[in-house]
Design a protein around this ligand. Structure first.
Ligand SMILES: *[C@@H]1O[C@H](CO)[C@@H](O)[C@H](O)[C@H]1NC(C)=O
Ligand SMILES: *[C@@H]1O[C@H](CO)[C@@H](O)[C@H](O)[C@H]1NC(C)=O
Ligand SMILES: *[C@@H]1O[C@H](CO)[C@@H](O)[C@H](O)[C@H]1NC(C)=O
Length: 431
């Protein structure tokens, strides 16, 4: 299922479904996959180059880098699924997931198995998964080898135009985004090594830049480092659209699935989304929301953050409760980063804050969505939690609100990119 004619067939399928969805759906549906399938064209011409740029490490968001798999499976879910491969192939983003049987094979390869005793996730039996391109940028620039789905390409190209050099002064730290930070010791060791290596090579402290969930990995990483280490190696953190207090959307994803606005079977994709430990990690926190705020409303119950146990039981996903229990501490504590922070996010865009379901909960989609402020994906209450660190650390916290900008505008929009450049070149001022 891998030759070019098939690929372009699949691509046209996707584009057809994208345009159907675009015309039919509300603005909240225009989410990340649409953005990456139809990215804006970035500036490709280098103009004036700066030679003394500070080194930069980028940590992408959820589903924001490639994953590769190699198979030697004891069993497959359909006879058409590949059972054994002698090589690693791209599992994310893999266009076979848009084919009727392809999606079943894909889910059985990408799913994780959770062990409640060890609180660890492992791959589906007979599947080896690796993250390609650590320390390079290609795996976050485009999510597929055919360069159809452009994610951080616009941002990286913009930086290259100002004088950055790919895989030298700008590097990325992709990770297995199925797995929450508490299971990522090995990744954090590699990240630390990468930062120290860049510090040594360029004789300058390193900037970190995260998009979306990537910022939670950065924060988790910084929590583990001594202040002395941070003072020496880190120049600052630029956080773009960070869900510091989780997202309400993650509850809807776990309840009824998220097909990324495409023609994917919701109940199937939900099955995959429930196997990760990242989705339960991102539940909205008590830091961000009042105790009586209803996230999910059904004819029989109104769920607030005090009702997560019942929520997981009612949606038939007990593992989710264990996963959340194990991971919630970090986001409710929300330790200050201990480095200078540029906390950038979009605001004043309609963002779901309550999902209303009918009696078919959780197997049907919500019948109504109540919106509040935010960047369309993350609620303002969550994005703006970085404010509180102003009193908790001596390093500066700059809160930069981008009005009317969406979650993905922070990495695509020219104003945001310009601001990132100003910060990196030491040319940023509050006014
Ligand atoms: C979970 O891990 C424990 C300890 O390694 C092991 O004894 C147990 O069999 C595992 N459970 C499952 C369901 O694999
Ligand atoms: C849920 O909250 C709404 C709005 O406050 C209320 O009208 C409804 O009766 C509540 N439902 C239940 C089951 O408590
Ligand atoms: C920095 O800002 C100043 C004043 O706004 C401007 O004149 C200068 O060109 C900028 N420098 C860079 C490197 O962008």
């Amino acid at each position: 299922m891998r030759d070019h004619s098939q690929m372009s067939f699949v691509l046209s399928l996707i584009l057809v479904s994208v345009s159907i969805q675009l015309s039919a759906s509300d603005p909240s549906k225009t989410n990340w996959l649409l953005n990456v399938l139809l990215p804006p064209i970035g500036p490709e011409d280098a103009n004036f180059k700066h030679s003394e740029v500070p080194p930069l490490v980028i940590v992408p968001g959820h589903v924001g880098n490639r994953l590769e798999a190699k198979l030697d499976k004891p069993a497959v879910v359909h006879w058409l699924c590949m059972k054994k491969s002698n090589y690693y192939f791209t599992l994310w983003l893999n266009l076979n997931m848009f084919l009727p049987i392809g999606i079943d094979c894909w889910i059985d390869n990408i799913r994780l198995v959770y062990n409640r005793t060890t609180r660890r996730s492992s791959n589906s039996p007979g599947v080896e998964i690796r993250v390609p391109g650590f320390g390079k940028t290609y795996s976050v620039e485009y999510l597929d080898p055919f360069k159809l789905a452009g994610y951080l390409h616009t941002l990286v190209q913009f930086l290259v135009n100002t004088g950055y050099v790919r895989d030298d002064t700008v590097r990325a730290a992709p990770y297995d985004w199925r797995v929450a930070a508490y299971e990522q010791e090995e990744y954090f060791d590699k990240l630390k090594q990468l930062i120290e290596e860049m510090y040594t090579a360029h004789n300058k402290p390193v900037y970190l830049l995260g998009h979306s969930m990537g910022n939670l990995y950065i924060l988790y990483f910084l929590k583990e480092q001594s202040q002395e280490w941070k003072d020496k190696f880190i120049n600052g953190l630029i956080s773009l659209g960070a869900p510091w207090g989780g997202t309400v959307k993650s509850l809807a994803v776990l309840a009824s699935g998220d097909n990324y606005g495409l023609a994917l079977d919701l109940m199937k994709i939900r099955q995959q989304q429930r196997t990760t430990t990242t989705n339960p990690w991102l539940l909205p926190t008590s830091q961000a929301w009042p105790a009586d705020h209803v996230f999910i409303s059904t004819p029989s119950y109104n769920y607030t953050y005090k009702d997560y146990r019942k929520f997981f039981t009612d949606i038939g996903y007990e593992d989710g409760w264990f996963k959340w229990q194990h991971s919630k501490r970090f986001l409710t504590d929300l330790p200050p980063p201990g480095v200078e922070l540029y906390c950038m996010y979009g605001t004043e865009v309609l963002t779901p804050m309550t999902y209303v379901y009918d009696e078919n909960f959780p197997s049907n989609q919500p019948v109504q969505i109540i919106y509040g402020g935010g960047d369309n994906t993350v609620n303002k209450r969550s994005l703006s939690l970085c404010e509180q660190w102003k009193d908790q650390q001596k390093q500066k916290i700059h809160v930069i609100e981008l009005r009317n900008k969406h979650h993905f505008d922070t990495i695509y929009d020219i104003d945001a990119l310009q601001m990132i450049q100003d910060i990196l070149l030491g040319n940023y001022s509050e006014h």
